[in-house]
Design a protein around this ligand. Sequence first.
Ligand code: ZN
Length: 433
Amino acid sequence: MASKLHLETALTPDGWRHDVVATIDHGSIVSIVPAGATNTQRISGVVVPGLPNLHSHAFQRAMAGLTERRGSETDSFWSWREAMYRFVERLCPDDLEAIAAFAYMEMLEAGFTSVAEFHYLHHQPDGRPYDNIAEMSQRIVAAADFVGIGLTLLPVLYRQGGFLGEPPSAAQRRFINDRDSYARLMETKVPGGTIGIAPHSLRAVTTDDLKWAATTWRGKPAHIHVSEQTREVDDCLAAHGKRPVDLLMDTVEIDTCWFLIHATHADDGEIARMARSKATVGLCPITEANLGDGLFDLPSLLARGGRFGVGSDSNVRISAADELRTLEYGQRLFHRRRNVLGDPARSTGRRLFDGALGPSAIAPGRRADFVVLHDEGLQGDSVLDHWLFAADNTAIKSVYCAGIQKVQNGRHVDRETMAVRYRQTIDRLMVSI
Ligand SMILES: [Zn+2]
């Protein structure tokens, strides 16, 4: 049955509009028209579209704050990965579901209304599949469904331990699939959401596997980690004689379905190719800063008309505004200038928001995902500038997913249930890594 919401102020593809009525049917916006005299449920505050979270490993939320102690002079992504692997060994399906639900709830409270879950924790700790091979995938689906967040489930294809076909380490056994078992994972049902492929990285799949997955599921969303580390670039050059993005582009047809995650160390030529392909570069500024990965040359991508979005990746901190602020501040610190990612047509906050929003919008045909910001008396794009640069998650008053209110007064309507379950999980894991 269709419902109607009166939006006092809303950001639509036609710009800022006042007093419009959105008609919503089966979770999607059917129409937006000027409000008449009829009494419809009013949303006060400033309504903006919810942002997509392009890259998440939900279970890593439970590690947040546990790896911030220096182990050696060379703590890096790779030493963090060892800690993550030790953590992974303990997780069972119930743990994954509880942690994912908690992380997805925090995403909604923080302005993300959909998430692309890059899911690689498939099997039992010794590498044997669960009786139902899609057990862990279904736990992700259940968590997203309970929370109400839009889900793109990305079962990860992980075949080997390195570029030269090294066998997986003991900790990686939970991630490994052959083509048959992967095809079964790709049959997982995602009610109301989408499924896509995720070859883990160029080091974890062969170029043949990459071609096979890209061809078999052509047209589905396709995500891959690429060029996150300088060591990965060096290893790729040594194994294939090409840099990672070049190798990827030379192996499969990259188009708008593709999301290239990180791309931190892409060089100028690779950035130009990514821009031409119209693929989206999925940047994860907080995680990349936390792991000391490096800084992607986003101004160069934007100058070439390329596309970007953001993801919360390790979920060490979950906040759409913080991701975008970190993105801009990284560039300011590097270039010693202000408003590096802005353009003359609009404010920097608006530019960042539009970029991260991609094709989502408050528009007919789109899912009715609304983030309602407190009215601070600001007008137009200043609302976004304030949220992204001057506020935190408390700027968010409420959130609607598929037209249903899921966050009220800044808190998810089922927060207590999920928080208790999450706390029990953490206590049981007795995390000390
Ligand atoms: Zn990742």
